[in-house]
Design a protein around this ligand. Structure first.
Ligand code: BTN
Length: 254
């Protein structure tokens, strides 16, 4: 906390040794009235949650497992973009601390280094009669795992900051930097809209300009990522020229 440079984020910190998921704790705290910028951190999660109901590997003290509670004054349809805002904040924070490794964003919510995932972001919303009560921004950063710390099936797709940078990154310093960036960029998004965030997102993405294999609930197709819209929707141009707008999908960079 001594390292924090924020006005609101992390003024209330709930710190745990072990929890099932910081998202679950944050859900309860938000229902009990926790204020904007409240942070829940744990050294270990026994049931870390990923996107699409996937489990999230959260090995003890090897990463940063945290959830930030936001109470933004925006309508619920502006909630999904907070995932992209968070990705921008994570990349900027990592860039400040890493010298060798170059983090990049893979749409919609992964941060990769050298093509492997080092950070995942999960946004959950509590809403009532079309008003956001709270947004729970979950961030998982792999900091100091060795290859053997990851389960076999993840070893070819997951990485840690230590594996890519070669040295240990100070977790407290990274948390402080991350909360600072997150406070700045979420405020920017709420007051000025998505346009500036979109430019930062595109500039730090490894998705735009690439050929992708896109798998949605309905179909799988190949095309080139040409940008994101002001709603954070990915635009992919198929070989026959048709432009598709992708809301949710799994994408593979070819
Ligand atoms: C994903 O890439 O699928 C999202 C992963 C999000 C993981 C973080 S770790 C802290 C917070 N608590 C959870 O249970 N999940 C998020």
């Amino acid at each position: 906390k001594a390292e924090l440079q924020t006005e609101q984020f992390g003024q209330d910190i709930y710190y745990y040794d072990v929890v099932d998921s910081t998202q679950n704790i944050a859900h309860r705290l938000a229902q009990d009235g926790a204020k904007h910028g409240t942070v829940v951190i744990s050294e270990e999660q026994t049931a870390g949650k990923g996107r699409l109901m996937r489990p999230w590997e959260s090995t003890r003290q090897k990463g940063i497992w945290l959830t930030v509670i936001l109470r933004p004054d925006v309508p619920p349809h502006r909630a999904p973009q907070f995932t992209l805002v968070t990705a921008v904040a994570v990349v900027q924070a990592l860039q400040e601390l890493l010298v060798q490794a170059k983090p990049q964003i893979k749409w919609p919510n992964d941060v990769l280094i050298n093509g492997k995932k080092c950070t995942g972001i999960l946004t959950e919303m509590q809403a009532e009669s079309d008003v956001i009560q709270a947004l729970l921004i979950g961030i998982g950063i792999n900091v100091s795992q060795s290859e053997a710390d990851f389960p076999k099936e993840l070893q070819s797709i997951a990485t840690s900051l230590k594996l890519e940078e070669g040295i240990d990154i100070d977790r407290s310093k990274l948390i402080a930097t991350l909360l600072h960036k997150l406070e700045i960029y979420t405020a920017l998004y709420v007051t000025d809209g998505f346009d500036q965030i979109r430019k930062l997102w595109e500039a730090n993405s490894c998705t735009i300009g690439q050929r992708l294999e896109v798998t949605t609930a309905r179909e799988t197709f190949i095309g080139e990522a040409i940008g994101i819209t002001n709603d954070g929707v990915l635009r992919v141009q198929k070989d026959d020229g048709e432009v598709k707008e992708i809301y949710t999908a799994d994408i593979k960079i070819l």
